[in-house]
Write a protein that binds this ligand. Structure first.
Ligand code: NZQ
Ligand code: ZN
Length: 393
């Protein structure tokens, strides 16, 4: 096992932390761009509390509101222009993964003279990977992406119908100020999609990684089991702060690089396929994953049954007859899919009214960035366009 681990984001975690926002921002800058989504933070009072904390410390701010779920590159451009016009020194992301992702790219685009879309990988020859950005402070209001403490951002382009990503060291937030109380108002459906997203971040590394990663395997399984347990509790009672707290921590651990360290996943195929679908239909990321992941697992289990047998045994207490017990592998996937249904996630494209018209296009777009020399989608195993279409079917 060989790996390098680096994550410079300062993580401040715990209920009640929002009031520290002003103090933490003050260490970095005096004028902030405050980035928000479609208005949930206004309705639930989080915005006013954040602003009060900033103003107590003499931080001045200008707002970039209206970041869409599945954030658009046009919103990023608007935010970057505001940073320049208003001479902001720090970007504060107050919202879910969409707001945090947009904020990261706003910070980079503000220091870049060209088109912000150049910064997002979409198969172009001259991908301008950002090397510098304005410092970003993330304040998540939803447990799902782990964007608060990772260096990735996913942005959509309405003109080209591409949803793709950039992932690079410069995009690590300076500070992740995480206050699980802010997630108490997340509605049931978004809570369920978040649970799904967290689990898929784990399974992408777990199933696409190298063999023999015993420490990380148990870590990954622990994150999944706790996400299921506390996820169910958060769904039963949205005000269960303990459940919200553990869900939030699980979401961070699932994608801050630490859990996957040593697993060295060959790719993130389920995400790449979901992004391609989402670009056309604007579906919620976690809902798209709930559809693609079980189908992808059934495909991948044929190639590497042992890891799927282990999943069934350790997550769903199945009793395999051996490490190649395909029945057990498939029963584990069935149990996982049943869990997704039980929390209200869709598991078929048809449930979202999506037909097969664009399957070839999704297959093409899935492999725009993470692909091998022959254009196959990276993962374990790699996937031809035909394979992707089969999984979609
Ligand atoms: O926009 P507002 O009004 O704030 O409402 C949001 C939105 O409608 C709402 N919400 C958020 N916090 C809330 C709340 N409602 C009530 N109370 C609260 N406390 O929830 C809705 C969804 O928000 P969004 O930010 O879109 O969700 P999520 O955190 O799941 O982020 C999804 C985006 O992140 C990308 C996805 O592709 C998608 O674009 N991802 C980013 C990753 C990363 N940076 O590492 C990895 C992920 O795999 C993912 O691809
Ligand atoms: Zn995800």
């Amino acid at each position: 096992m060989n790996f390098e681990f680096y994550n410079p984001t300062r993580l401040i975690f715990g209920a009640g932390n929002l009031k520290r926002l002003g103090k933490e921002v003050k260490r970095i800058g005096r004028r902030a761009l405050l980035v928000t989504g479609g208005g949930s933070v206004k309705r639930n009072g989080i915005f006013d509390r954040a602003v009060a904390s900033l103003e107590r410390e003499g931080i001045t701010w200008v707002e970039c509101a209206g970041i869409e779920p599945n954030p658009r590159i046009t919103s990023v451009a608007r935010g970057a222009q505001l940073v320049r016009d208003e001479k902001c020194e720090v970007v504060i992301a107050l919202g879910g993964g969409s707001t945090m992702d947009a904020s990261k790219v706003i910070g980079a685009a503000a220091l870049y003279d060209g088109e912000p879309w150049d910064l997002i990988g979409h198969g172009q020859q001259d991908w301008v990977i950002p090397t510098e950005t304005l410092p970003v402070v993330t304040v998540p209001t939803l447990a799902a992406t782990g964007s608060e403490m990772n260096c990735g951002a996913v942005i959509s382009n309405d003109e080209t119908k591409i949803k793709s990503f950039v992932q690079t060291e410069a995009l690590y937030p300076a500070v992740a100020l995480v206050d699980p109380e802010l997630t108490l108002t997340v509605p049931k459906d978004q809570t369920a999609y978040g649970i799904c997203d967290i689990i898929v971040h784990v399974t992408e590394a777990y199933f696409n990684g190298i063999d023999d990663t015993p420490v990380q395997d148990r870590f990954a399984e622990g994150v999944i089991l706790n996400t299921i347990d506390y996820g169910k509790r958060a769904l039963a009672d949205g005000n269960d702060l303990e459940a919200r707290t553990h869900l939030q921590w699980a979401s961070i651990l699932a994608l801050n690089g630490f859990m996957a360290a040593g697993m060295n996943p060959a790719g993130f195929p389920v995400h790449m396929i979901e992004h391609a679908i989402s670009a056309h239909h604007d579906i919620t990321h976690g809902a798209g994953l709930a559809i693609v992941n079980p189908a992808w697992m059934r495909f991948a289990a044929k190639v590497r049954p042992a890891k799927f047998v282990q999943f069934g045994e350790r997550i769903f207490n199945l009793k395999p007859k051996g490490s190649d017990d395909m029945d057990c592998a498939l029963a584990g996937i069935d149990a996982y899919e049943a869990f997704l249904k039980s929390i209200g996630c869709p598991t078929r494209l048809s449930a979202l009214g999506i037909g097969d018209e664009l399957f070839t296009r999704y297959a093409e777009d899935s492999a725009l960035v993470l692909r091998d020399e022959d254009g196959n989608l990276l993962g374990r195993p790699t996937m031809s366009k035909q394979d992707i279409v089969e999984v979609l079917r």
